[in-house]
Design a protein around this ligand. Structure first.
Ligand SMILES: Nc1ncnc2c1ncn2[C@@H]1O[C@H](COP(=O)(O)OP(=O)(O)OP(=O)(O)O)[C@@H](O)[C@H]1O
Ligand SMILES: [Mg+2]
Length: 298
């Protein structure tokens, strides 16, 4: 029978990107790029966000693509963020119909791929988030419709900080982040407990500290506990450019997140106790119940 350590390692690797997925993501990026090139003056585009940092979870959806505009499109930056989002949306609707949806900082394009009951998509990306961006020195400006202004961001700084955290944690940090993001996406919660899920990664920069202890189950228990303790803290943008990442939740949502995180911590404790009593099969089922179908039973 699978040991707990083997099960967590298998779970971790199931949440990793594989070559088929990166090929599909690149093809989708190219497809959207080829189309948007007929509508806007685009300098360059790249896959970014959690996808590029290897902190994206499965199923693979909302993969971020920055479309960095040429200087000749700079007129947009002096206008309200809604103007460029509307123009991008209008353009994308011509190609993708109602599968293109306007969001706060991006246009989401859904490719109509459905995840099966095991959260598999046959290695295809479900959707992408198309983000119009403008160079600002080595940073970028992107539109924020709810704030009604352009915000600064820098994916390179976020990526460097994630790499530093990962290395300081015996290269287990990204795996743990993907696992909690998978828990967060579990439909059993209804709405996601933690919003945006980038907040999990930002909190993990401080909530996973002291070094890797060597056991996934203990790490998870401690991680859920610390997330619950610190969900009411203010979590600024790690690059110091954009609005606080914790601004995405109001008090009631944070309260709800804390309750669900504490429940997860309790479930982890019970699963650890089952394993300690030698009830391995029950422990595996408890972890699967906690996380979802990608946690293996065999
Ligand atoms: N408030 C913010 N200020 C500055 N940059 C931000 C802010 N929020 C997000 N970003 C940047 O934009 C990227 C995309 O945001 P998004 O909300 O999709 O997060 P993500 O890390 O990609 O997580 P997910 O796995 O949920 O897609 C982030 O990875 C981060 O680099
Ligand atoms: Mg994203």
């Amino acid at each position: 029978m699978l040991t707990l350590d083997e099960a967590f390692r298998k779970f971790k690797s199931r949440l990793e990107l594989n070559e088929k997925e990166t090929t599909n993501a690149s093809n989708r990026q190219q497809e959207v790029r080829d189309y948007l090139d007929t509508k806007f003056k685009i300098d360059r585009s790249f896959l970014t966000g959690s996808y590029a940092r290897w902190t994206k979870t499965k199923p693979l959806k909302d993969v971020d693509i920055f479309f960095v505009m040429k200087a000749s499109e700079n007129h947009y930056v002096s206008k309200a963020p809604s103007v460029i989002l509307t123009d991008f949306h209008d353009a994308l609707v011509q190609k993708y119909g109602d599968r293109a949806r306007k969001q706060n900082r991006s246009i989401n394009v859904d490719f109509g791929v459905k995840a099966d009951s095991e959260d598999n998509t046959d290695y295809r990306v479900i959707s992408v988030d198309i983000v119009p961006a403008f160079d600002q020195g080595s940073d970028f400006q992107i539109p924020d419709n709810e704030l009604g202004k352009w915000i600064g961001t820098n994916p390179k700084i976020h990526a460097d900080k994630a790499v530093a955290a990962h290395q300081a944690y015996s290269n287990e940090w990204k795996g743990l982040v993907r696992m909690v993001k998978y828990w967060n996406n579990n439909p059993k919660h209804g709405d996601k407990p933690i919003k945006p899920s980038f907040l999990i990664e930002v909190m993990a920069m401080q909530c996973l500290h002291g070094g890797w202890g060597g056991a996934f189950d203990r790490e998870m228990q401690g991680f859920f506990a610390t997330l619950a303790d610190r969900i009411f803290d203010e979590w600024p943008d790690p690059a110091g450019l954009g609005p606080a990442i914790s601004d995405g939740m109001n008090h009631a949502r944070k309260q709800r997140a804390q309750t669900l995180l504490k429940t997860a911590e309790r479930e982890a404790t019970l699963a650890i106790n089952l394993a300690r009593q030698g009830r391995n099969g029950e422990a595996l089922r408890a972890w699967r119940e906690l996380f979802g179908p990608k946690f293996p039973l065999s």
